[in-house]
Design a protein. Sequence first.
Length: 150
Amino acid sequence: MSGDSDLIKLYSSRILALAADIPHLERLADPDATVKKRSPLCGSTVTVDINAADGRITGFGQDVKACALGQASAAIVGANVVGRTLAEVETARDQLKAMLTQGGPVPDAPFDGLEVLQPARDFKNRHASIMLALEATLEAMQTAAKEQCA
């Protein structure tokens, strides 16, 4: 029964509030790059559109079909990603992964709100869904950078 109790604690009111208020849920009309990522384990998906200029995200839209943890992650990413560089998004992605899998510290600001997901460390089957928003954003930035150089 403690497993059920741990799962209930995992879905805290803060996580549920974030999941209910995800910013930038409108897809961009003319994105520089679009990437869709899917978690093979649970089927969660996140599609990210970005516009970029001078190496920074200038526009962001997302379509999130994920569990509450994936939605909470997408909410934090969406609230903080505009104006960020590829290096900042890559660092946030790496720090989130380390926080979940290696007991690493909370990601640096402005992505430090991802600390709300620390209780998910013990639920490895949820990690992929939590990672989707940052992974899709990073790949979209890499794609946009290649397109702008071509």
